[in-house]
Design a protein around this ligand. Structure first.
Ligand SMILES: O=c1[nH]cnc2c(O)cc(-c3ccc(F)cc3)cc12
Ligand SMILES: [Mg+2]
Length: 214
């Protein structure tokens, strides 16, 4: 049986990226997915918006929902100070196995906690299992139908504090209409849309940044 797309992405990283150089890993994956085969990384264009928000928020504790191959995990971790922590949740064990190796190759494993399993099971356990009080920033990039239920779950579990920020990928493509309606319509959020494109394409997509008001 042949390799999978995540395995081919990992092979490209291990062949072409400089070990210990996170930016080199990010650039290698972007190059591979733009010119060899498309993959669902947040990509360079939306990634630059993600970078600017991580820089602005300077999170001490951050959650990423949806690791995939670890592209945005590495991108975010490379911008965090040494004592900050990025928890990243991946449902698919094959994706998680690749992501661990990409994260290690980039040399950011000390800032990252990769958790395998369903977000609905793990979110209620974040406090007791990982000593989380609340998240400063959450990057939603997993499955569009889980954005809203997981947001409500984080609220219910007291994982959001006044000023916590949610940043959601793919709010146009594939699209998360129920989530958008909720954060844009709720008095408990201040929402803003950052227009961009679906990774490596000219199709419209964007990121929705929503500040939790408590
Ligand atoms: O399922 C997804 N999870 C997280 N991010 C995604 C992402 O950035 C893009 C897409 C995607 C978009 C268009 C298409 F034709 C096929 C897949 C899916 C996900
Ligand atoms: Mg995405």
């Amino acid at each position: 049986t042949g390799s999978t797309r995540p395995e081919r992405i990992l092979a490209a990283v291990q062949r072409k990226a400089t070990k210990g150089d996170a930016r080199s890993v990010v650039n290698t994956i972007d190059q591979y997915c733009r010119y060899q085969e498309w993959a669902m990384n947040v990509g360079d264009e939306k990634g630059a918006i993600l970078d600017s928000i991580v820089c602005e928020v300077k999170p001490s504790v951050m959650l990423e929902l949806g690791t995939y191959c670890g592209y945005s995990t590495v991108r975010i971790a490379s911008m965090l100070p040494p004592n900050a922590r990025l928890l990243t949740l991946e449902f698919n064990p094959a994706y998680a196995a690749v992501a661990r190796q990409v994260i290690a190759w980039a040399g950011v494993e000390d800032k990252v906690v990769l958790i395998e399993g369903p977000s609905g099971d793990w979110i209620p356990k974040m406090k007791e299992e990982f000593g989380v009080t609340s998240f400063d920033l959450v990057f939603l990039d997993h499955w569009k139908d889980r954005y809203l239920p997981d947001t409500k779950l984080m609220e219910e579990c007291g994982l959001l504090r006044t000023g916590s920020i949610l940043l959601a990928d793919n709010v146009i493509c594939p699209g998360t209409p129920e989530y958008l309606e909720y954060v844009r319509g709720s008095p408990r959020y201040e929402s803003k849309y950052f227009r961009s494109h679906l990774e490596y394409t000219r199709v419209e997509d964007g990121l929705e940044k929503s500040v939790f008001l408590g």
